[in-house]
Design a protein around this ligand. Structure first.
Ligand SMILES: CSC[C@H]1O[C@H](OP(=O)(O)O)[C@H](O)[C@@H]1O
Ligand SMILES: Nc1ncnc2[nH]cnc12
Length: 290
């Protein structure tokens, strides 16, 4: 039986997890380079947790320069089984107001300047991301946010944009017509890479603004975003603190199959696989590569 080890990727405004016990920041080098920062390890009510600030402490990395492959690989190398992303986002829906949390279930990936796969020539794989978020983790996130007193919406499509500029009003109206619920700059390719690494992934999106479509709200402004984030930070930490109680300490296999995503994904014939690629990929795909 495997023990649950929760990974938290903290977004804008979330650079530490107060209350984590037996805290230690550790440096992890991956075959894809260094993650955004050291990883903070510790326990919450006995459950092991690993925290990584997505942009680094002090917010150093842009959404485009975050090394998403190294971040996911580092969590995998630390033995994390379940990843919760915590992110700031804009809202396309009146009822998803600043201060609310949205537990995202789908993504539209409009990013274009990022490395999106661990695989490559010599070891080709295609995983499904038809359902990119884990239903078990979504339920846990909803329950944890509710217990922290947050207004939480279950489900909604997150539009991942390249940034770093916010959207034009025309783009914002178009994304609303596409049926998107929220917008951010970081959950892709993070969610895709988590799937390739056979990690369960859920996204806790904290609404900070109404993007650029709302007739009663002006353009997005980072100072407003930061002010809302500061108000949200206790809610975020309380939600994270409530997560361990929502997951079994002894982990059972993922009911949606996130942790077996690579079972039939590798296309390259065994005798054509590049030995160097196999060695490199072992840290995320060792289960199927041996
Ligand atoms: C500070 S507003 C824009 C910035 O905030 C979000 O970051 P994260 O997803 O890491 O919380 C958004 O995606 C942008 O990167
Ligand atoms: N409106 C918005 N667009 C993209 N990323 C965001 N992060 C917070 N608000 C955002």
């Amino acid at each position: 039986m495997m023990q649950t080890k929760i990974g938290i990727i903290g977004g804008s405004g979330v650079y530490d997890i107060a209350g984590l016990e037996s805290r230690e920041w550790v440096s992890v080098e991956t075959p894809w380079g260094m993650p955004s920062d050291d990883l903070l390890t510790g326990t919450y009510n006995g459950t092991p947790m690993v925290f990584l600030p997505r942009h680094g402490r002090g917010h150093v990395q842009t959404p485009s320069t975050v090394n998403y492959r190294a971040n996911i690989a580092a969590l995998k190398m630390m033995g994390v089984t379940d990843v919760f992303s915590v992110s700031a986002c804009g809202s396309f829906r009146e009822e998803m107001a600043p201060g609310d949390f949205v537990i995202v279930d789908q993504f539209i990936d409009r990013t274009f300047a990022r490395e999106k796969t661990f695989f490559g020539p010599g070891l080709v794989a295609h995983v499904s991301v038809a359902h990119p978020t884990c239903a078990r983790l979504m339920d846990a996130a909803v329950a944890a946010a509710e217990s922290a007193g947050v207004t939480v919406h279950k489900g909604g499509t997150y539009l991942a944009m390249e940034g770093p500029q916010f959207s034009s009003a025309a783009e914002s109206h178009m994304y609303r017509e596409w049926g998107c619920a929220v917008i951010g700059m970081t959950n892709m390719p993070e969610a895709k890479l988590a799937r390739e690494a056979e990690l369960c992934y859920a996204s806790i999106a904290m609404v900070t603004d109404y993007d650029s479509w709302h007739p009663d709200h002006g353009a997005v402004d980072v100072s407003d975003v930061i002010a809302t984030l500061k108000g949200n930070s206790t809610k975020a930490v309380d939600t994270v603190a409530a997560l361990p109680a929502q997951l079994p300490a002894d982990r059972t296999p993922c009911p949606c199959g996130c942790d077996t995503a690579l079972e039939y994904a590798i296309m390259t014939a065994p005798d054509k696989r590049e030995p160097e690629m196999i060695d490199k990929l072992r840290v995320i795909a060792g289960r199927v590569l041996g």
